[in-house]
Design a protein around this ligand. Structure first.
Ligand code: HEC
Length: 97
């Protein structure tokens, strides 16, 4: 049996099953920063963390949340990207101040 070809085949078969179907069905609200959010905020946990916190957080809350993700959790997000993400989260998922 050609071991390498077997592994290539297994890898090809596994790709469509990577990630859960539920996660792919989460579609964040439209906005210029949506791609930025998916790129920066879906690496460690589901994006539904954002939807779950939407009923509770005002702008300051989202600001603290993004800061916690970078400062405490170690998410590598630049200051400029963090500011854009806070604006998007406050606008689309925030409780009005
Ligand atoms: C480096 C990994 C990492 C990245 C990247 C990351 N998070 Fe998190 N996030 C975590 C961890 C770990 C928790 C669970 C923390 C806890 O249990 O307190 C969490 C929890 C959360 C929660 C639930 C509330 C809370 O504070 O526990 C929200 C909301 C959240 N993240 C939003 C975001 C947003 C928005 C981004 C993108 C800006 C992001 N996360 C990116 C690691 C990350």
């Amino acid at each position: 049996m050609d071991t390498i070809r077997t592994w290539v085949l297994l890898a090809a078969l596994a790709v469509p099953f990577a990630g859960s179907a539920d996660e792919r069905s989460i579609r964040m609200k439209d906005g210029a920063e949506r791609g930025l959010l998916v790129a920066n905020c879906s690496g460690c946990h589901s994006l539904d963390y954002i939807q779950m916190n939407s009923p509770f957080l005002k702008r300051a809350g989202w600001e603290a949340e993004v800061k916690k993700m970078t400062a405490v959790m170690g998410a590598p997000i630049s200051d400029a990207d963090a500011a854009a993400l806070v604006a998007y989260l406050a606008r689309e998922y925030g409780v009005p101040d």
